[in-house]
Design a protein around this ligand. Structure first.
Ligand code: C2E
Ligand code: MG
Ligand code: MG
Length: 549
């Protein structure tokens, strides 16, 4: 912590050793001078005018500021200045406390990059692709144009990998991705979404003829021979395409439809493209889980919660459980959440169901407490629910009906942080909930396009590393880098961090080595009915290789 004290005229009277370490100026040099010597020139005069305004009016200012070290380097810091007044209310001193946040910013920049770009090819990854696609879709709507989503999967890539080795396979992917990029136009997006799978978004399409020319170019780009380490390698690609808004689906479905069409291209003999057939697809589709059925299910009490334990792998402590909703369907059996929640997403019905989940979880906490099981339950909250104006008052009412349950036993996991519109509003909602004693976690961290920037502005106590990164961290350097980065970021922001999707002992060991002790996943326990929890808790022990790591 850098400490600087000035007198009432802003003349420096005292600095600590850290001040000299961070700024490079000795105390002798700065005493008697004005703090202006630290100015970086990056802030307009209005910035300092505002700062003084706040200091004079409230006696307090806090914010982020860029300063300059003696050696000329500009660096960011978080700064708090307080006015110290005497008994008559006259300012005697200003005390400024600041922290150099250079490494925090660097983490963030690095993470932004690895979270949005594929490490091997440096093409956008799935996350950035999803963002670009929804932007392009919005543009299409307002400009009455079409776009195409092309899903490309290389033919025979596995054979190449097996016979020439991974290093050659990697070089081939790099070479082909450059060629595919060249085959597209400026403004189009090419992303790598998995091993040998790519997705291209082609924008500004007035007619389908144009797109067939580009698709032919893409086929040629992938089927022309490539020279790698002296070997001449030939592959090809199967491409599936769908057009928006002709295929009037959401971003996720557009990609799935292109994937389906890619599959028919493979079946038809590879090295070709196939268009997704909108009419055929919708004709055969029966909507089983529609809104009316879900409402009925609610009235009939067919929903229930399963609970998945969360543990500390090092100490062996069970730190809580996560509530996960299930539908006990009279005919189809137990239906997982993602098969029906998307149907009611953003609808008032989802709010009712969301409140039912909180109510049921509180009831469960109370039941467990009665038999001596005292740990929190976390409940998933959609962005839509959290952004309701009456969220806090509804939560208060629910808590009030379980006075025996202390609010610290309820934790809320915020889903789809990228769907939060008004961060200021959300963060004040969160602060109000804190006052009630409720804690927050950011779920699926790293997947939403803007989740990284959100962590700085949302007052959450816990970050959950998304399971897709955890699952592949042992094989995929990019995912490992993201996991490391998220852990570093959590440490920088003094949040706790938990890994989800811990499926094996090896995952747990790797996470412990990186300093992440909290975990949840099939390797520890699958979600189970409430009645099974007491027995599980009494028999669970942390795995030997994790102990004391
Ligand atoms: P989530 O909050 O990220 O929950 C974790 C999901 O990962 C759960 O799936 C869990 O069963 C699964 N999982 C846990 N460990 C592992 C593992 O080691 N490997 C694999 N492959 N999966 C693992 P589930 O129950 O199907 O829930 C899916 C998503 O549905 C949740 O993701 C959450 O976003 C949403 N959801 C579930 N319950 C609720 C709810 O009550 N309200 C709301 N709004 N959303 C819910
Ligand atoms: Mg969750
Ligand atoms: Mg999650």
């Amino acid at each position: 912590m850098v400490i600087m004290i000035t007198d009432a005229t802003a003349t420096i009277t005292e600095v600590n050793d850290t001040f000299s370490q961070i700024t490079g100026y000795t105390a002798e040099y700065v005493l008697g001078k004005n703090p202006k010597i630290l100015q970086s020139g990056r802030h307009p005069p209005a910035f300092f005018a505002k700062m003084w305004e706040a200091l004079l009016a409230q006696g307090y200012w806090r914010g982020e500021i860029w300063n300059r070290r003696k050696n000329g380097d500009v660096y960011p810091e978080i700064l708090t200045i307080s006015a110290v007044k005497n008994a008559e209310g006259k300012v005697q001193h200003y005390v400024s406390l600041s922290t150099d946040i250079t490494s925090m910013k660097a983490y963030q920049g690095q993470l932004e990059h690895i979270a949005h770009y594929d490490v091997l090819t440096n093409l956008p990854n799935r996350v950035l692709l999803a963002d670009r696609l929804s932007q392009a879709m919005a543009y299409c709507q307002s400009h009455k144009q079409s776009l195409a989503v092309a899903f490309m999967d290389l033919d025979r890539f596995k054979e190449i990998n097996d016979s020439y080795g991974h290093a050659v396979g990697d070089k081939l992917l790099i070479a082909l991705s450059q060629r595919m990029k060249d085959a597209l136009r400026e403004g189009d997006t090419l992303a790598r979404i998995g091993g040998d799978e790519f997705i291209a978004i082609m924008v500004d399409l007035q007619n389908t003829k144009l797109s067939s020319a580009i698709l032919e170019r893409l086929l040629k780009a992938t089927s022309d021979p490539v020279m790698v380490d002296g070997a001449i390698i030939r592959v090809s690609a199967s491409i599936g395409v769908t057009f928006y808004p002709q295929d009037n689906s959401d971003a996720d479905h557009l990609m799935r439809h292109a994937d389906q069409a890619m599959y028919s291209a493979k079946q038809a003999g590879k090295n070709r493209y196939r268009l997704f057939d909108v009419e055929q697809a919708y004709a055969g589709k029966i909507q089983l889980e529609n809104i009316d059925n879900i409402r009925l299910a609610m009235e009939r009490g067919e929903f229930l919660l399963h609970y998945q334990p969360k543990v500390n792998m090092r100490t062996g402590e069970v730190i809580g459980t996560e509530a996960l909703i299930r539908w006990q369907h009279p005919k189809s059996g137990l239906i997982p959440s993602l098969d029906f929640l998307p149907v009611i997403e953003g609808q008032p019905l989802s709010l009712e169901l969301g409140e039912w989940v909180i109510d049921t979880a509180l009831n469960q906490i109370s039941d467990w407490q009665n038999i001596g099981i005292c740990f929190p339950i976390s409940v998933n909250i959609s962005a839509y629910q959290l952004q309701q104006d009456n969220f806090v008052s509804r939560l208060k009412a629910l808590l009030a009906s379980y006075p025996e349950v202390g609010p610290p036993f309820l934790e809320l996991e915020i889903l789809e942080t990228s769907a939060l519109h008004d961060i200021n509003q959300v963060s004040s909602t969160m602060n109000e909930c804190h006052k009630l004693g409720v804690r927050f976690a950011l779920d699926d961290f790293g997947t939403g396009y803007s989740s990284l920037t959100h962590v700085r502005r949302l007052p959450a106590q816990l970050i959950k590393i998304d399971q897709t990164f955890v699952r592949d961290m042992l094989e995929d350097a990019g995912d490992l880098a993201i996991v490391k980065g998220v852990i570093g970021l959590a440490q920088a922001f003094e949040c706790e961090v938990i890994a989800e999707g811990v499926e094996t002992i090896a995952h747990g060991q790797a996470l412990l080595k990186l300093g992440c002790e909290l975990a949840q996943g099939y390797g520890i326990a699958r979600p189970m009915s409430a009645s099974k929890i007491p027995e599980w808790v009494s028999t669970w022990k942390t795995d030997d290789p994790w102990k004391g790591m």
